[in-house]
Write a protein that binds this ligand. Structure first.
Ligand SMILES: [Zn+2]
Length: 212
């Protein structure tokens, strides 16, 4: 089923990038029941409970990725400066909150993986719970600090790391193996990643970074 994109309020520099990134992901992982992708503006919210929302995006509505217009209606420089807030964890000095991945790739893949997990059902739930439990007892093995929040965020954070080219973290490698096995079940060979990280620079002068 085609994905419905509602990007009227997205900054022109994001419009093609959002479609291209999401279409690539949907092709890689057809098991994700993604129906729509939208950029929303808080001003149009019915009540103002959401007005101070500075999150980059969410997948709280089933089948939908919602990207926050607070960031996505502005030029990419706004997100670049937000990337600077990807601080190291206070008690885990080598681990960043989102692993230091480039934006907006990180948020788009992260939200896509929430949808993918819904589509893969119990196997993916059990796998992410097992990996998350392991991480909570051995936190220095996670790719990002936010992975420790719950099994669902572990899955989404590790998925973003995988798609954006992390290939040395043991938990991300475990996720790659898990996904490859599922894809192989459907008759597709291996796991390919048609993703161009150079379109998601980390910040002014910043290089795309592998790992932490
Ligand atoms: Zn999430």
């Amino acid at each position: 089923m085609p994905i419905d994109f509602s990007l009227k309020v997205a900054h022109p520099l994001y419009q093609d990038l959002i479609v291209e990134t999401i279409e690539n992901l949907a092709q890689m992982y057809p098991a994700a029941p993604l129906r729509k992708v939208l950029v929303y503006l808080q001003e149009s919210a019915k009540n103002c409970a959401d007005c101070a929302n500075r999150s980059l995006g969410d997948a709280t509505e089933p089948g939908a990725i919602r990207l926050n217009g607070y960031w996505f209606s502005k030029p990419p420089s706004a997100l670049y400066s937000a990337g600077e807030a990807d601080d190291f964890m206070p008690n885990l000095p080598k681990i960043r909150w989102h692993g230091g991945l480039p934006q907006p790739g990180q948020v788009m893949v992260h939200e896509f993986f929430h949808i993918l997990r819904d589509g893969l059902g119990q196997d993916a739930e059990e796998f992410s719970k097992e990996m998350w439990l392991k991480a909570t007892s051995e936190p220095e093995i996670v790719f990002s600090g936010y992975s420790l929040y719950n099994p669902s965020e572990w899955w989404a954070e590790s998925g973003a790391a995988l798609v954006l080219g992390e290939n040395s973290n043991p938990q991300v490698i475990a996720l790659a193996k898990f996904l490859t096995a599922i894809i192989a079940k459907d008759g597709t060979e291996g796991l390919t990643i048609p993703f161009d990280p150079s379109k998601h620079p980390r910040g002014p002068g910043g290089e795309f970074r592998k790992g932490h």
